[in-house]
Design a protein around this ligand. Structure first.
Ligand code: ADP
Length: 375
């Protein structure tokens, strides 16, 4: 069945011509990574890096051709370039832009004063929950905040922020970010169907990330929080190479095993010279709602000790709490649903510690200074 669809997709793509080469993109061998799953189609068009910025209409034409086929529910097409773009023109300039990359690539997110990553060594430690509540905590401080879900494989921001629907593109060129609780956000979860497992090669992930930064109308923001996928893979490297990260926040549970993973994250950010803003200990202890007793389920304090050992700031501890889980999973994060509670206060305190460090590094123009980017 999927073989039949595959043939029909390729037939449709034979009608899509590369404007520069005047041949169709299938016979030019430009299609790669074609994935078909329950009517959801994703693939990449491989292009020379310098042509990437001009070929958005080709990408759209391919997407449209496939989406129009019977039996295809969604089509998601990305442009990929094996090498980083070097001669592409910069995006529309914003006055006062101070971000420059020494690699010669156009700066991404020119209107964003500071970009920080929230990372963890492994999944399930509450990284996304922390990223969302930290972003909302920064909002409480009066900042203009964006949240980018860089977990292309397992996006969770739409659920955590309770946002449904798809972004619109009023000018047909750039997407409007989605918004809730005053946070602007973007996630692959808005662009692909929720149930679709995304099986992508590295270059496609990089291209998707770049598009979520370049082709989204983020506007002017004081800070963008990037929810990284767990671990130390392509996304972390892409992000630290393509944008001047103001720093990274590492989320860990107190257990040794999570800490061993968290250490890998610390080491990686150190290697790419991204400042470590500190460690958050999540699921630090459990306060039993029945008897008020405290249980150190995962061995409280491990992350604080590790922060001391690694000479990075300890940002705070968040208990294992039913309220946090319920509000997080129902799209009502605790910072907005229980703003006067102890948890919200803890997150706002973490946000303050993060912003203090970030603000101290902004240059006179109020933006991150240039950083040498090693490709
Ligand atoms: P990750 O991004 O590390 O995979 P998530 O933020 O998606 O982790 O959290 C994993 C699960 O743990 C979710 O169900 C979330 O609601 C829950 N969770 C996260 N932090 C806490 C906490 N402090 N207390 C209780 N549950 C939590």
């Amino acid at each position: 069945m999927s073989e039949v669809i595959r043939e029909r997709i390729l037939a449709a793509l034979r009608a899509v011509f590369d404007p520069d080469k005047e041949r169709d993109i299938v016979s030019l061998g430009m299609i790669s990574g074609l994935q078909i799953k329950d009517g959801h189609v994703a693939f990449a068009i491989e292009v020379e890096p310098e042509r990437g910025p001009r070929l958005e209409s080709l990408r759209k034409a391919a997407e449209k051709a496939v989406a129009a086929l019977d039996g295809v529910l969604t089509a998601h097409v990305v442009l990929t370039a094996e090498r980083p773009a070097s001669k592409s023109p910069p995006p529309p300039s914003t006055p006062g832009r101070a971000q420059q990359s020494a690699g010669g690539s156009p700066p991404l997110l020119p209107g964003v004063r500071a970009i920080i990553a929230v990372a963890s060594g492994k999944g399930g430690v509450g990284k996304s929950t922390t990223a969302v509540n930290l972003a909302l905590g920064l909002k409480v401080l009066g900042l203009r905040v964006g949240l980018l879900d860089a977990d292309v494989y397992g996006p969770s921001i739409p659920r955590l922020l309770g946002i449904k629907g798809k972004p619109t593109s009023p000018d047909g060129r750039r997407l409007q970010p989605m918004e809730n609780f005053g946070l602007k956000c973007m996630s692959m979860g808005f662009l692909v169907e929720e149930e679709t497992p995304v099986v992508w090669r590295g270059p496609m992930v990089m291209s998707a990330l770049e598009q979520m930064m370049r082709d989204v109308n983020w506007g002017e923001l004081d800070i963008m929080v990037v929810d990284m996928p767990p671990g130390t893979g392509d996304t972390q490297l892409t992000m630290s190479q393509r944008v001047p990260l103001a720093g990274a926040v590492i989320v860990s549970t107190p257990q040794d095993i999570a800490l061993a993973d968290a250490r890998k994250g610390l080491t990686m950010f150190r290697k790419v010279e991204v400042p470590l803003l500190g460690i958050v200990e999540n699921m630090s202890y459990f306060l039993c709602p029945d008897n008020g007793k405290r249980y150190d389920i995962f061995g409280h304090g491990g992350a604080r000790d590790e922060a001391t050992r690694q000479k990075v700031p300890f940002l705070g501890e968040i208990p294992l709490d039913m309220g946090i889980r319920e509000t997080s999973d129902s799209g009502q994060p605790v910072v907005v649903s229980q703003p006067d509670g102890a948890h919200a206060k803890a997150y706002v305190e973490i946000a303050r510690k993060v912003w203090d460090q970030v603000a101290a590094r902004l240059d006179d123009s109020g933006r991150q200074g240039p950083r040498i980017i090693v490709q």
